[in-house]
Design a binder for this molecule. Structure first.
Ligand code: AMP
Ligand code: MG
Length: 343
């Protein structure tokens, strides 16, 4: 008998107080969707004009439309992918060139686990769409020939990024997928916006499984970021108490998946096999000052597993928390002061 089940959720949640303060600065809130995921914003601002929430939303939309989307014809990534195989390559914007350099560095340091050229394999699995309930019928994993063919068109070492003329050369049939870093890049973009606005005194903003905390709460208490329990997504395994600016990203096998014949197929792919990563973990949470790093590392560490993942996070000066499939929680020493286990 076939079992079929879909589920989608974010990895962590910014917890906010339920009371509404009438003091200045005023708290304003918004939840909606952007970049194909759920966005939640809580901002403390003393500005009269409360356009902050809309401005942030607009920035995310522009980021998606102009730079990151592999679906929208208007984006730089779309252009790069559609020009794969062109001899003259494609001229990159400064931001995209810098971002890809960071991705290539992460690929090297993670021994290939993190790979932005997984596009053809990610498309073949189509797990985002299955997990979102957009597909009908029974899920059937890709056959081995199709998977081998897609895998043959991956590999960050085959990209050529010319520092001199700012061009990227992507071999034919290859395609970039920024799914593992898009939300972190969104947090960095939001951070730039918040810093330009002196009237904003504090904020927590979550974009899918990535959360930004910024500034202070008027009552001086810490921001509280709950880490979702991978085995019961309605609860938290623990809470991070943070002051000031931090980025928290989570990657897990429970975030986007489809189950068929009792097997869970999730969205984080092990590049050496083309199958969903199985390194003994259910979730990884990364704490960093930098959005890109937190998001890239959460994906990379999930694939690498606890020991190698711990070493990679430490190399980058980030903190990491690992939840193993048997429920064991381990973390870097630097994470411990921020973490309180749920009772
Ligand atoms: P995250 O939820 O941040 O861990 O990112 C997962 C997303 O990254 C997937 O939905 C894919 O779009 C993409 N992805 C999957 N496997 C990899 C990989 N090995 N390296 C980089 N990106 C990946
Ligand atoms: Mg990620």
């Amino acid at each position: 008998m076939k079992r079929f089940f879909v589920f989608i959720s974010a990895g962590a949640v910014a917890l906010s107080l339920s009371s509404c303060s009438s003091r200045v600065p005023e708290r304003i809130q918004y939840s909606g969707t952007a970049m194909g995921t759920v966005i939640q914003q809580t901002v403390y601002t003393s500005a009269r004009d409360k356009t902050v929430l809309e401005d942030i939303q607009k920035r995310l939309q522009v980021l998606e439309e102009n730079r990151l989307s592999w679906r929208l014809e208007t984006s730089e990534i779309y252009e790069i992918n559609s020009l794969a195989g062109e001899e003259e390559g494609v001229l990159l914007s400064e931001e995209t060139a810098e971002m890809l350099e960071r991705c290539l560095e992460m690929n090297e340091r993670s021994e290939g686990a993190f790979d932005v050229t997984m596009g053809p394999v990610v498309r073949l699995w189509n797990l985002d769409s299955w997990a979102a309930g957009k597909e009908s019928g029974d899920f059937i994993p890709p056959d081995t020939t199709a998977l081998a063919e897609a895998l043959a068109h991956t590999g960050s070492s085959r990209l050529y990024l010319s520092g001199q003329d700012g061009r990227l050369y992507l071999p034919e049939g290859m395609a970039l997928d920024l799914g593992a870093v898009g939300k972190g890049i969104a947090l960095d973009e939001i951070l730039n916006y918040l810093r330009e606005n002196n009237e904003i005194t504090g904020a927590t903003i979550s974009v899918g499984g990535s959360i930004l905390t910024y500034g202070e709460k008027p009552d001086g208490t810490s921001w509280r970021v709950g880490i979702i329990n991978p085995f019961d997504n309605s609860g938290f395994i623990g809470v991070l108490s943070l002051k000031g600016q931090w980025c928290v990203s989570t990657s897990g096998d429970y975030e986007r998946y489809v189950e068929a014949e009792g097997i869970r197929y999730h969205h984080i792919i092990e590049p050496s096999t083309g199958y969903p990563a199985d390194s003994g973990l259910s979730g990884v949470t990364i704490l960093s000052r930098d959005g890109f790093l937190s998001d890239a590392l959460s994906t990379a560490c999930f694939i690498l597993g606890r020991e190698k993942g711990m070493r990679l996070a430490e190399q980058y000066g980030a903190e990491a928390l690992f939840v193993e499939k048997d429920g064991t929680v381990t973390m870097t020493e630097g994470m411990k002061p921020f973490y309180t286990e749920s009772q």
